[in-house]
Ligand binder design. Structure first.
Ligand SMILES: *Cc1c(COP(=O)(O)O)cnc(C)c1O
Length: 437
């Protein structure tokens, strides 16, 4: 960041009237020495002093220019919606974590996802997505994209033939989560890449299909989709990257060639991340991600084994379990940067329920909400507190009942986001909760 010095104005300051002086103070300060902070300060300035029209013009000229990113002089900041230091630093760190060329932060995960998709498709074009999606992403694709005449096919992307069939000449995006929220199914990113490459081999650059992966459940600690062949990655910073549940945010990571469209989209649709919300993931969330995830995973392994053995549990899906239906794919795809298996902090389980009404799961969760010390009934995930919820009626309520059932989501499904508590306590609370059903 630039330090601005105006020695010529100092002498004039004494002659200002108090009303002006109270507003301006000293016109420059040695108290803002950004480069030497160990912890970056929160910037809370919506707009930036530009010194001269010429410098302002240069700032506008360089904005959104691919070549100016990481150029040899500090960025000329103009206005927070265009870019500011806290978000920019977070973007650098996210790009590095994903091995991507550029990252752009957004006001929420949904702002990031909508930007990633809409930067790649136009009217009369088409998106292929996995049949199970985070509820708001489902709603974006089925309620909003059609208003812009953007079509969509929701299909089972674990089935590569279904993917091949779903891709039509107008398709520009293949979109999915892996692991899928909430049912923990995995999509083979490298295999999808191969299918899309076969398609793209016969297409012009303007008509190519892009692979976009929502990596929120895995985080870059457990899985880096760009290395596996994705073109763009979306993350909700609200979840495990933010880690402490204080702020909402999102990010898109990808190639430099998409930087211009994404930053222009962010500027004009306006979903920029506030610097006050960029600061916690920059200072607390991302720096502790690895330490938290290692502990989440240790606990998740113990908890999923406990659930797997429990007579009242019909099934549990955690990629770390040998019984996980896609365990081999999990071991291939979910790896930390040392190559160690990294199955993450999320699991999904279904309790036995004779009528299939979901009542048993509701009783379990309601009991836990009132009585369990370590289990908190709340949406969101990846925090230091263990969170439990019922996706069928909560996070995924945007999907119509018949479609949920057709897609394998049942009212008795429970999503568990493992936190940093001692896993013995979490298991004791789950055990007590299971006694209520
Ligand atoms: C929470 C979530 C989102 C949306 O993120 P927000 O920050 O809440 O907008 C998108 N995808 C997945 C998988 C999520 O869990």
């Amino acid at each position: 960041m630039h330090r601005q010095i105006h020695p010529d104005r100092t002498d004039a300051e004494g002659r200002r009237r108090m009303r002006s002086q109270l507003i301006h103070g000293r016109s420059h300060s040695y108290h803002w020495d950004y480069n030497h902070h160990v912890v970056p300060p929160i910037t809370a300035s919506a707009t930036f002093r530009l010194d001269s029209v010429r410098r302002g013009a240069q700032g506008f000229e360089e904005f959104a220019s691919e070549t100016a990113v990481g150029d040899d002089h500090p960025p000329i900041y103009i206005y927070d919606r265009l870019g500011e230091p806290n978000g920019d630093m977070l973007e650098d760190n996210l790009a590095a974590a994903h091995g991507g060329e550029v990252a752009l932060c957004f006001a929420s995960g949904m702002a990031a996802i909508s930007a990633a998709i809409c930067a790649l498709v136009r009217s009369d074009e088409h998106v292929v997505a996995h049949k199970v999606l985070y509820g708001c992403t489902y709603s974006l694709i089925t309620n909003w994209l059609p208003r812009f005449r953007i079509g969509a096919s929701l299909t089972d992307l674990t089935d590569l033939d279904a993917l091949r069939k779903a891709i039509v000449p107008a398709t520009r995006v293949v979109y999915f989560e892996s692991p899928v929220n909430p049912d923990m199914r995995l999509i083979d990113i490298a295999a999808v890449r191969k299918v899309v490459d076969e398609v793209n081999a016969h297409r012009s650059a303007a008509e190519r299909v892009w692979v976009v992966v929502d990596n929120t459940f895995a985080t870059p600690f457990c899985q880096r989709p760009l290395e596996l062949g994705a073109d763009l990655v979306c993350e909700s910073l609200t979840k495990a990257i933010g880690g402490f549940g204080t702020d909402i945010g999102g990010a898109v990571v990808g190639p430099r060639s998409k930087y211009h469209d994404l930053i222009m989209y962010r500027k004009d649709f306006g979903g920029a991340l506030s610097p006050k919300s960029a600061w916690p993931p920059l200072v607390y969330g991302l720096p502790t991600l690895a330490a938290r995830m290692v502990n989440y995973q240790k606990s998740a392994m113990q908890i999923s084994r406990f659930l797997e053995r429990h007579p009242k549990v019909e099934m549990v899906r955690y990629p770390g379990l040998e019984s996980f239906p896609q365990h081999e794919l999990a071991k291939r795809q979910m790896r930390d940067d040392h190559g160690k298996f990294a199955p993450g902090s999320m699991m999904y389980f279904v309790v036995k329920d004779e009528v299939g009404s979901g009542r048993a799961a509701e009783r379990l969760i309601d009991w836990a909400a009132e009585n369990a010390y370590t289990l908190t009934l709340a949406v969101s995930l990846g925090q230091i507190k263990t969170l439990i919820e019922a996706p069928y009626s909560m996070t995924h309520s945007a999907i119509p009942d018949a479609e949920k059932r057709a897609r394998g989501l049942v009212p008795g499904g429970i999503r568990l986001s493992v936190g940093l508590e001692d896993w013995h306590d979490i298991i004791e609370d789950l055990d007590a909760a299971l006694r209520q059903v």
